[in-house]
Design a protein around this ligand. Structure first.
Ligand SMILES: NC(=O)c1ccc[n+]([C@@H]2O[C@H](COP(=O)([O-])OP(=O)(O)OC[C@H]3O[C@@H](n4cnc5c(N)ncnc54)[C@H](OP(=O)(O)O)[C@@H]3O)[C@@H](O)[C@H]2O)c1
Length: 274
C-alpha cells in the first residue's frame, strides 16, 4: 500500500502553477528525493525546460509515469480530469493512491472512471501555498485508509496548514479559503487606499495595511482567541477604533463578506454539478 512517504514514488500529472508549487516545496524541504519524484505536462518543450529546472523526470507520457509511481497527484484543469484518469486507468490499482487537487471534481466521479477500488483523496489548496503560507482542505474518497490520509496531509503540509473535512464541505472551502485571498486583497488594497486618503505615502500605507492584516491573522492563529475578543481588546471606550467600527457596520462590511463567501460557495456547487 502507498502509505509510507519516504519510500513512495510520487508523480504530479499536470505540473502547472499549483503542481509546480507543490513539487518545488517537496524538493526544497527534501520530503522526497528527486529520483522519487516525477511529473507530466502537456507540451514536450515545457517538459524539457522543467526537467532541467527541477532536476527530476518530466515528460508528457502520463501512462508511463503513472505506472512507475505509487502516489499520483492530479493537477490538470478540472475539465481535463476525466480524460486523464481514463488514460492512466491501467495503472489504477488499489495499491496506488490518487490525490486530485482539481477544483470541483468529486472523488466519486474519479472512482467511477477508475473502475477498481482505488483510494482517492481530494485536496483544495490556495495560492499563498506559493510562500508556504497556504491552507489545504483534504477529504477522503470511499477506499481511503487513515495511512493514506496521513501521507496526503504530510505532502500538503509542505505548502502550509492542512485541514480534513467531509467532502460535502469542499464547496464551502472553495468559497472561503480558495477564493478568500482575493477578498482579503481587496480589503488590504482598500486599507492602503485609506492610508493614502489620510496622507500617508502609498508604499508605507500598503506596508502598514499588509503587516496589520498579517499580524491580526497571526494573533487569531496563535492565541486561539475568538476574533471578537481580540477586536474588543483593541477597542478602547470612546477611542478611535470604535468610531471606525461604527462606519464598518453602517457600510455592511460583515454582511458583504458573508454574502461574498456564500456566492463563491454557490458558484463552486454549480461548477461541480457541471
Ligand atoms: N492555481 C491555483 O491557485 C489552484 C488552487 C487550487 C486548485 N487548483 C487546481 O489545480 C489545477 C491546475 O491549476 P493551475 O492553476 O496549476 O493550472 P495550470 O498552470 O494551467 O496547470 C495545468 C497543467 O496541466 C498540464 N496539462 C494539461 N493537459 C495535460 C495532460 N493531458 N497531461 C498532462 N499534463 C497536462 C499543463 O501542461 P502545459 O504546461 O504543458 O500546458 C499545465 O502544466 C486545476 O484543476 C485547479 O482547479 C489551482
Amino acid at each position: 500500500m502507498a502509505s509510507n512517504l519516504s519510500t513512495s514514488r510520487v508523480a504530479v500529472l499536470g505540473a502547472g502553477k499549483m503542481g509546480g508549487i507543490l513539487l518545488q516545496a517537496f524538493l526544497r524541504q527534501q520530503i522526497l528525493a528527486p529520483d522519487h519524484l516525477s511529473a507530466t505536462v502537456a507540451h514536450p518543450d515545457r517538459a524539457q525546460i522543467l526537467s532541467a529546472q527541477w532536476g527530476i523526470d518530466v515528460s508528457t507520457d502520463n501512462r508511463a509515469v503513472a505506472a512507475r509511481a505509487d502516489v499520483l497527484l492530479i493537477g490538470v484543469k478540472p475539465f481535463q480530469v476525466p480524460a486523464l484518469v481514463e488514460e492512466i486507468r491501467p495503472s489504477l490499482t488499489p495499491d496506488k493512491l490518487l490525490i486530485s487537487f482539481a477544483a470541483s471534481v468529486r472523488t466519486e466521479s474519479i472512482e467511477r472512471t477508475a473502475v477498481e477500488e482505488v483510494p482517492v483523496i481530494r485536496a483544495m489548496p490556495n495560492t499563498p501555498s506559493m510562500l508556504g503560507a497556504g491552507i489545504s482542505a483534504l477529504c477522503r474518497g470511499r477506499y481511503v485508509e487513515p495511512d493514506h490520509m496521513a501521507l496526503a496531509e504530510n505532502l500538503f503540509a509542505a505548502v502550509g496548514r492542512t485541514v480534513v473535512v467531509d467532502e460535502k464541505h469542499m464547496d464551502a472551502v472553495t468559497g472561503l479559503s480558495a477564493s478568500g485571498p482575493a477578498f482579503i486583497y481587496i480589503i488590504l488594497e482598500s486599507l492602503a487606499e485609506a492610508g493614502v486618503k489620510v496622507g500617508l505615502p502609498r508604499d508605507i500605507a500598503t506596508l502598514l495595511a499588509a503587516q496589520t492584516t498579517f499580524g491580526a491573522a497571526k494573533m487569531v492563529l496563535e492565541t486561539g482567541y475568538h476574533p471578537a475578543l481580540l477586536k474588543d481588546a483593541v477597542t478602547t471606550p470612546a477611542g478611535c477604533t470604535i468610531d471606525g467600527i461604527l462606519e464598518l457596520e453602517e457600510g455592511g462590511l460583515r454582511v458583504t463578506l458573508i454574502k461574498a463567501v456564500m456566492r463563491a460557495t454557490q458558484r463552486a456547487k454549480e461548477l461541480a454539478a457541471g
